[in-house]
Every structure is written in structure tokens, then in C-alpha cells.
Design a protein around this ligand. Structure first.
Ligand SMILES: C[S@@+](CC[C@H](N)C(=O)[O-])C[C@H]1O[C@@H](n2cnc3c(N)ncnc32)[C@H](O)[C@@H]1O
Length: 185
């Protein structure tokens, strides 16, 4: 994990500015429940900042201290408050200390089974989980690793505690992707 974390630190340090917001997040933004929000694997924080600017009370979690530092600097510049959590998401249980959340988002990251199982328990009733990432078509056509790719409809019925509101397979300027919106029952 330390090797991967350092790799992400180097990637975040090498980038300038923030990417534009994820297209699936923008398309379905209105489905999010205003209130407490968690950005899982927030990176340099483009989504966390967007949510904070729209009035959400945002927590953002990642294991890259470099990404979190860039996010902290941006939050200060934009004069929004974001609660930063430095955590290895392979051991996600400490997230329970910060719940319940009204909305959880996860962009360009595939949570492990333990975190996926935990997410419904982090949400308030009717809370929303919005998730968008690259799929196996992207892995087939680019160096994106297959083990990190979402496969078609793989998570549509992933939890008895969640109702699936939306599943979409689509392509945007970043590549071939799957997106989900779930509601906590
Ligand atoms: C592709 S980036 C996505 C960043 C952000 N969600 C976005 O869309 O801009 C993936 C992020 O996952 C983080 N990450 C990867 N494995 C992790 C782990 N085990 N625990 C915490 N963060 C992790 C990396 O540090 C990186 O910031």
C-alpha cells in the first residue's frame, strides 16, 4: 500500500490545476441530498470542492497526503470548509466515526468489497450514493487496469439496503465508463 500511496502522491504533485467535474456527477447532481457529504478517494478534490461550493457540508477521504494538501489549499482559496480524512480505504471502518452522510460520491475509484458493504451503513435513510468510474471497455482499449474496471451491471443489486435509481454505461471525454446512483432504503 505504501508503494501505491507514494505513486499517487507523485501523480498528484506532478499535476497542475484540477480536472473539470465528472460528467456523470454533473448530470445527476440534483439527485444528491443536500447536507453532509462524503467524497471517497477525493484525490485533489475537484468533486469535494464542487459540493462545498454548492452548500454541502463536505468530508473528503484519501490516503494521499499530497492530494489532500492540494485540496486544503484550494478550499482555503475558495473560502469553503472541507473536513479532510487521511485514510487507507482498504481498511475503511474508521469512516463510521463520521457518519451518517446524506450523500456519498465516488469518482474514478473502485472501492473494495469491505468498503462497498460499509457504504449503506454510512448513509442516512434516503441518502444517495453516486459512483462513476472506468469500465472494462476502457481497460481493453487503454492501459487502464482491468482489476480496477467496473464490469457491466456488476453492482446493480449489490446491497439489499440500497435501491438502484440509475445505472448507465456511457462514454465521455475521459473514456468508457459506468455510473450508478443508489438510494439508501
Ligand atoms: C483516479 S484518482 C481519483 C481522484 C478523484 N476521485 C477524482 O475523480 O478526481 C484515485 C484516488 O484514489 C486514491 N486511492 C487509491 N487507493 C486508495 C486507498 N487504498 N485508500 C485511500 N485512497 C486511495 C488515490 O490516492 C487517488 O487520489
Amino acid at each position: 500500500m505504501e508503494y501505491d500511496r507514494q505513486k499517487w502522491n507523485a501523480k498528484h504533485a506532478a499535476k497542475r490545476g484540477l480536472h473539470q467535474a465528472d460528467s456523470f456527477l454533473l448530470k445527476h447532481f440534483k439527485l444528491l441530498r443536500l447536507g453532509k457529504a462524503l467524497d471517497i478517494a477525493c484525490g485533489r478534490g475537484r468533486s469535494a470542492l464542487l459540493l462545498a461550493e454548492k452548500g454541502f457540508e463536505v468530508s473528503a477521504v484519501d490516503y494521499s497526503d499530497v492530494g489532500l494538501k492540494i485540496l486544503a489549499d484550494q478550499a482555503r482559496l475558495k473560502q469553503v470548509a472541507i473536513h479532510l480524512i487521511e485514510l487507507d480505504l482498504d481498511q475503511p471502518n474508521p469512516l463510521a466515526d463520521y457518519c451518517p452522510f446524506d450523500s456519498i460520491i465516488c469518482i474514478n475509484f473502485k472501492p473494495n468489497p469491505e468498503l462497498l458493504k460499509l457504504i449503506p451503513h454510512l448513509l442516512s435513510k434516503d441518502g444517495i450514493f453516486l459512483w462513476s468510474s472506468f469500465n472494462e471497455i476502457q481497460a481493453d482499449q487503454t492501459p487502464f487496469p482491468l482489476e480496477k474496471a467496473l464490469t457491466e451491471k456488476a453492482f446493480v443489486d449489490y446491497s439489499d439496503l440500497m435501491e438502484t435509481l440509475i445505472y448507465e454505461r456511457f462514454t465521455d471525454i475521459t473514456g468508457a465508463r459506468d455510473g450508478y446512483v443508489f438510494k439508501r432504503k
